[in-house]
Design a protein around this ligand. Sequence first.
Ligand SMILES: [Zn+2]
Length: 497
Amino acid sequence: MKVSNLFILLLALILPLSLFSQSDHDRLITSLIGETPIEEDLQELCDQIGGRVTGTKANEQAVQWGHQKFKDAGVNAQLESFDMPSRWIADGTHLEISNKSGNSWTPLAVSKYKSKPGNYSGKLVFTEELTEEYFQALATSIQDNFIIVSTELCLDIDGLFAEYVHAKKVEDLANKYKAAGIIFMASRPAKLLYRFISSTGDEESIPQIVMAREDAKRCIRLLKTGENLGIQLEVKAETGDSFQSHNVIAEILGKKYPDEIIIIGAHLDSWALGTGANDNGCNFSMMIDIARQMKTLNIQADRTIRFALWNGEEQGYFGSEAYTKDHLKELDQHKLAISIDIGSGPILGYFTNGRKELIPLLDQLLTKVEGLGPFHNIDAAIVGTDNFDFMLQGIPNLVARHKPDLYGLNYHASSDTYDKVNLTALKINSAIVASTILQYANLPKEEIDQFKRQSREEVEEIISNQNLEFIMKMFAVWQPWVEGKRGLQLTKKALQN
Ligand SMILES: [Zn+2]
């Protein structure tokens, strides 16, 4: 879709000011809603570079591409290297099921991140219930064989969350009862496949396979009739040790307080079954578009606005974690960190990640673009994207909250392609996000200083109040926090506990 005059008309209604007295804010959001190269950029990224798993050539191309886009726009940008803990690049999964009469067939399947490569065989055991008693009763048949579990249909973001919780329970039981591997029924219909990380995070796990929903249903129907099914599985992946990767960090210096930083980021990497369009190419392109329009219009905020294209997000937000470590000395100067990572559905407000004191301010800032709303800010803490290490460092942080649209259905799936992006909403989202960061970066000193960097105890309180322990375990980020390897340093009090 090309921008239509409708938007300009819409804006004229939203913005009360005439062209002659337009503020930087109004010029910026008018230009972002007007014609910009964001759609061409996104198409180029998705269709030419495509899926960009950290550690692949396509990922390095995406790094160079993003860097060049900032440079072409005249925005100061650099690559910042960091070490990814290990390499695991999928190279195919082959699965064959056979029954006792000698028939065999090959369901569609993909392995989860860090499934141990190799050739496996065993029996398929349907585990209908996820309780200790149930697994105990089947203990001998589960050991050294493959369990298969059914999964609820997932069509939205709530469904995704439920799926991660379900998977964690399955993994814990499978490991306890020494299953050789796990077959998860895919949660999406029409043989759609997708890739997840498991709760072991960066540690190698037993093979964990997502099998096409229809294929898994067939297996389960047969098992329920008492049929014996055998499984032959080959998991192929390119594996290796730690390797160097890059974030792209660009900035437009502040004119009044250049040392104070508002950082806004979107991850540049993706899984590669699809082309990472909604997750997260659309918002990768948004970062470039906002920086480019600010530069074109010669807009400088009072504080520095830093644009981050994070890498290694899908494996555990390693790029943003590395940034918080490499920039430790200037973290006190980071006044806000925003992460945009929930696709291209219309923005409905922000998640404030335990910093509910930000809500009245955001309510007020969003009135400037209220015609693009309505907005509702929610104090829920998001674990699972690049705000996370800023939260653990006590820095006020936000995640944009989007209308789910097609995000859940296409999440990490082969269907996450350019044609699924809501381009109209993406342009409006850029304007909303730009409005927030520009206003925040221009807040008077006494106002911005109300939103302080927190102590470890205060962050612990957020984690406890928002019941984040299970979710952090689910994403394998609980232990590093507890051990003081991620986030604020352990205090004497924490060490005593
Ligand atoms: Zn993402």
